[in-house]
Ligand binder design. Structure first.
Ligand code: HEC
Length: 294
């Protein structure tokens, strides 16, 4: 190969790289994608979800929106900047996140459509015209029912809630806490249990929990997240505690016992000493009398 040919190939490769780079840099955004609108209105919760997704998936390249700590060298823009917000509609941003381009990965399959819209809401929340226009979902109120399985000392809590039509359904994924009521505050037993797909959270009551004289324990069950599920607290008396033995301290022979209940060694040493002293006194008196007679 001649020297000239080498240069030709070099130039060709160089031109090819430049060309492909310029293709890469070009976003091809269809007009209808730009006008695409989110299926719901933004709420605080949705923006928060978007923020969490953004932090773990986008911040590494794009930085914190509005702070300019993006990696500009690879072409990742600050998505919070006024410039960006100005020139990109929500629909366009959605399209770009789905599609990816050059150094920008495609997130089409990584996130559900809802998750992607949450991301867009978060990015768009840096727009000066952005407003929270959606209503938060209504609080999901729920209820609890308890049942006991004596044989295995297990308490089952059934968590239910109502669906849109008012029908009672099992509540999955709610954290339930179990307590034993005590004179001062409540004692939590075991870990927090999350309800399964039948709405059930169950816990085994450990042995050796001191109860009252009959061994009764006062069980309390509630949702951990009372803001979401409401303040349903269910209580039940269970007989799985150990019986409390009431010991009367004056029943036993003790130092502080009354006359009849002092310990025997105290009694005998007391008697011994007293008798001894009287014997000595008697002996002295006896000797004095004998002295007189002499
Ligand atoms: C590996 C680094 C990297 C990650 C991670 C990344 N991006 Fe990008 N992003 C880029 C690069 C590089 C570009 C520029 C691509 C181009 O213009 O060809 C870009 C472009 C964009 C654009 C278009 C910007 C414009 O000016 O048109 C948007 C919107 C975007 N990214 C959103 C996101 C979101 C949302 C995430 C997280 C889900 C994300 N990116 C994650 C590197 C990244």
């Amino acid at each position: 190969m001649t020297y000239l040919n080498k240069i030709k190939i070099f130039i060709f490769v160089f031109m090819f790289m430049l060309f492909s780079f310029s293709i890469n840099a070009q976003w091809n955004i269809p007009a209808d994608a730009k006008n695409k609108k989110p299926p719901v209105d933004p709420t605080h919760t949705l923006v928060k979800t978007g923020k969490d997704l953004y932090k773990s998936n986008c911040a590494s390249c794009h930085g914190t929106p509005g702070e300019g700590n993006n990696i500009a060298a690879i072409g990742a823009t600050d998505l919070g900047s006024g410039d960006y917000q100005h020139s990109h509609s929500s629909g366009q941003t959605f399209f770009q996140v789905e599609q990816g381009n050059g150094g920008m990965p495609s997130f089409r399959d990584k996130f559900s459509s809802d998750e992607k819209w949450c991301l867009i809401f978060y990015i768009k929340s840096f727009d000066k015209d952005f407003k929270i226009t959606g209503e938060e979902l209504k609080e999901q109120k729920a209820d609890l029912r308890l049942s006991l399985i004596e044989k295995i000392r297990t308490v089952k809590a059934y968590a239910t809630t109502k669906d849109k039509s008012g029908k009672e359904i099992a509540l999955e994924g709610a954290d339930v806490q179990f307590f034993i009521k005590r004179m001062f505050g409540n004692m939590q037993i075991g870990e927090i249990v999350t309800t399964d797909n039948k709405g059930i959270a169950s816990i085994k009551i450990p042995e050796n929990i001191p109860g009252d004289e009959e061994g009764n324990l006062n069980l309390l069950v509630k949702f951990k997240d009372t803001d979401t599920y409401g303040k349903a607290i269910k209580s039940k008396t269970i007989k799985w505690g150990t019986k409390l033995e009431i010991v009367n301290i004056t029943d036993k022979r003790e130092m502080w016992g009354s006359l009849h209940r002092v310990p025997l060694w105290v009694l005998f040493s007391y008697l011994g000493m007293t008798i001894g002293v009287w014997l000595v006194i008697g002996y002295v008196v006896f000797q004095i009398i004998r002295l007189k007679k002499l």
